[in-house]
Design a protein around this ligand. Structure first.
Ligand code: GDP
Length: 453
């Protein structure tokens, strides 16, 4: 019988990475390849044993990949020991490496070296951590674009536009006797307007970037027994929340992720909004109100089989000026088309009638969330999307300096005053790609990486 092709990710992968000048020297001491004659060029892989050079004891049977500089992840000489894995074997190999001259790498150190050695810039390095932490396809695609250098190229293009004019400005400051100030001013103004437009379009991609990265935070609110937990379950199509017939049992809140068209949607089922006597419940309600404040979207659920009461009115008040979807639940309990209360209609929000019990209308909620956040229009396949808050803040700062410089020129300030803002703008952009960035920031960024990356 022919065996089918099998594919499996290695959950406990047993790879040890070495990078730096001494790599091949150390490997030579601790690795005995089966075929000693093959010469390594570029990339290569050899099969053999890791041994303890002190006594010749075999530690594991392995494959060693060789990467000769500069053709490696860090651009340094590198080796990867591919062992059988398992805690004890890995510890033993690590120990042998350490005894023979290697030092333990810190979190993110390999990527940091790739950055410091100039193979990738800072924004590309940052995208690697985003790729690893991606929760959805769209997020990983946007991060991959950043790793490919799309953002870096755009930033470099903008910096070059600025540098081009900066040369003229400096000449003007240094040699004021050549009376070309007016020409320089006009050029600078044009450049600043153009760059402002470029930066603003980058900045505007961040709203989508934030959605791609952090997802949409949705709070389900409703009085006790309206069907919040049942709705959460129906949305997730699995029994995570506890459904109970007693009022006020969902005391704290439950958080779950669902995926709508590639976007992570975090749904929080809050405790009922209600004038509680009970202390614990009061805390739950306070939290519900706080969560509703923070949410990007509120799903307000009402029991259509009952008349609105004061608790419902409190919810109506809470969502008046918010992005919200109104859910009228338990349609299975009413026979005919019943009239919707005017106070709900007056909210002028989209109303969806459902039965959380039998699943009727649930798909419409997903579609409405998608429509409200224009999820289908978020295109991570083409173009740049700024997903990193650090980048967004630097772009905003650059825009502020750009606007200052424009104001200075328009109010006929001397060119050397304007040039201060223009230089500051260049520095902000350089911080994105890492041209001029402090060591503290670099350390902060790489500390977020996991070990071995
Ligand atoms: P919560 O307190 O708002 O979280 O409400 P639950 O989800 O715990 O639901 C309260 C009660 O209403 C439970 O007995 C549910 O089975 C019931 N329930 C929820 N949704 C529906 C529905 O669409 N139709 C009917 N008939 N009962 C429902």
């Amino acid at each position: 019988m022919q065996q089918s092709l099998r594919l499996r990710e290695l959950e406990e992968f047993g790879i040890i990475r070495l990078s730096g000048e001494e790599t091949f020297k150390i490997i030579k001491k601790i690795f005995v390849p089966k075929n000693k004659n093959t010469k390594i060029k570029g990339y290569n892989m050899k099969y053999g044993n890791i041994i303890n050079p002190k006594n010749g004891e075999i530690i594991d049977e392995v494959l060693v990949s060789y990467f000769i500089k500069p053709r490696s992840y860090t651009t340094e000489d590198m080796c990867e020991i591919n062992s059988h894995g398992g805690t004890i074997v890995m510890e033993n190999i690590l120990q042998i490496c350490l005894e023979n001259g290697a030092e333990l790498a810190e979190a993110g150190e390999f990527t940091k070296r790739a950055f410091l050695n100039g193979r990738i810039d800072l924004s590309q390095a940052e995208s690697i951590i985003d790729i690893i932490n991606s929760k959805t396809q769209k997020e990983s695609k946007a991060s991959m674009k950043q790793l490919e250098g799309f953002l870096s190229k755009e930033i470099t293009k903008i910096r070059n536009k600025i540098l081009d004019v900066m040369v003229d400005i400096e000449a003007n400051i240094d040699y004021p006797e050549y009376d070309i100030e007016q020409v320089t001013e006009n050029r600078a103004l044009n450049m600043l307007e153009e760059v402002k437009k470029d930066l603003n379009s980058l900045k505007n991609t961040f709203d989508n970037g934030k959605i791609i990265k952090e997802g949409i935070k949705v709070a389900i609110i409703g009085k006790p027994n309206a069907g919040k937990s049942s709705l959460l379950n129906a949305l997730l199509r699995e029994e995570r929340a506890i459904v109970s017939q007693y009022e006020g049992t969902t005391r704290d809140s439950i958080e779950e992720f669902m995926n709508i068209d590639g976007i992570p949607v975090k749904i929080i089922d809050t405790a009922g909004i209600r004038d509680a006597e009970d202390e614990v419940e009061k805390i739950g309600i306070k939290r519900a109100k706080n969560i509703a404040e923070e949410a990007d979207l509120i799903i307000a659920i009402f029991d259509i089989s009952k008349k609105l009461d004061t608790e419902d009115l409190e919810i109506i008040d809470l969502i008046k000026n918010r992005k919200a979807i109104i859910i009228l639940n338990k349609i299975d309990l009413i026979n005919e088309e019943c009239e919707i209360d005017k106070r709900i209609l007056d909210l002028n929000k989209n109303i969806i009638k459902i039965s959380a019990l039998n699943g009727e209308g649930i798909d419409e909620i997903n579609a409405e969330i998608s429509r409200l956040f224009k999820i289908n229009e978020i295109d991570s396949d083409n173009g740049i999307i700024v997903t990193n808050v650090r980048h967004k803040n630097l772009i905003n700062k650059a825009i502020d300096f750009d606007e200052n410089a424009i104001r200075s020129i328009k109010s006929s300030m001397p060119m050397d005053i304007c040039s201060i803002d223009i230089k500051a703008m260049l520095e902000c952009l350089g911080e994105i790609t890492g041209e001029n960035v402090s060591e503290n920031i670099i350390n902060e960024i790489f500390a977020k990486f996991c070990l071995g990356k």
